[in-house]
Design a protein around this ligand. Structure first.
Ligand code: IDP
Ligand code: MG
Length: 154
């Protein structure tokens, strides 16, 4: 059976400033994913650099760090069966010009450098990124969604 996973999601500064926080959360919630941690933050440079460590040598790295530290972000941990794949499908391809209509990036963005939302690309990345942003002592809250028995067959 597919496993229950935790996924790290971050609404980037353009998403917050453009008033898309509710829109993004709505799409996660209506799919059936459970939000287990949620916070507004302003990322410092060190955290942003760690988060995007894998891109350190890319030409867009400095602009990327500048972008994600330039304003408030909303960080969250969402939980559900196959949450990583499910969230990545909801947000769409990295380049909004390639992202399918119906995805967050496909519906709300035009520029790869302003693509509204971040989500980890694997369960391992999610674990790493959650720890970078939230630390060891996670602020998660356990509860059941009232529709859980109808979201899952078993
Ligand atoms: P992802 O966000 O879909 O996982 P990554 O390849 O991990 O995509 O890239 C991280 C972020 O870096 C992207 O969301 C985007 O904001 C930025 N980025 C990626 N490629 C480019 C590029 O070619 N030009 C400018 N920014 C880029
Ligand atoms: Mg990525």
């Amino acid at each position: 059976m597919a496993e229950v996973q935790r996924e790290f999601v971050m609404i980037k500064p353009d998403g917050v400033v453009r008033g898309l926080v509710g829109e993004v959360i709505r799409r996660l919630e209506r799919k059936g994913l459970k939000i287990v941690a949620l916070e507004m933050r302003q990322l410092d440079r060190e955290t942003a650099e760690k988060l995007y460590e894998e891109h350190r040598d890319k030409p867009f790295f400095d602009d990327l760090v500048e972008y994600v530290t330039s304003g408030p972000v909303v960080v969250m941990i969402v939980e559900g069966r196959e949450a990583v794949k499910v969230v990545r499908n909801i947000i769409g391809a990295t380049d909004p010009a390639e992202a399918a209509p119906g995805t967050v990036r496909g519906d709300f963005a035009l520029d790869i450098g302003r693509n509204v939302v971040h989500a980890s690309d694997s369960p391992e990345s999610a674990k790493r990124e959650i720890e970078i942003v939230f630390g060891q002592d996670l602020p998660t809250i356990d509860y059941e969604r009232c529709d859980e028995e109808w979201l899952y067959e078993s």
